[in-house]
Write a protein that binds this ligand. Sequence first.
Ligand SMILES: [Zn+2]
Length: 140
Amino acid sequence: MNKKKDTLLNGQFRFKLLPDGALDKTKEICVLCKSEFNYHRSSSSLSYRLKAKHPGVAETLEGGGLRQTTLPQFGAKGGPLSKQTKNKLTEAIVFWVAKNCRPVNIVEDVGLRDAIRELLGDSSYHLPARKTTGVCIPLH
Ligand SMILES: [Zn+2]
């Protein structure tokens, strides 16, 4: 059981699982939206797709993961966050839960929510709904 072998681009993409349990190494699946792509043995094409479909996640990956140092920019301007910024953050959190197989009810954690609100300076921020985070597929 080697997680690194079956996933691509930091876990954002997985090889397609065939009905017989083998992996189809010519197809990769986006773990966030379940889109299927032909895999060309190039992570640059994966990065391109990721940026096109999930810009918030792409930024998070380029920053080396969900690091605190990438978060202050969200609330740096002071005023209320834009919808786009909140969506990016929400997507990053959904990705974090999916990638690391965190329990989905972590998004109902009031302490986590309050910490993020404090960091953002925006008390109206809501963590992603639990149903949107139920995307973790345990690696076999
Ligand atoms: Zn996707």
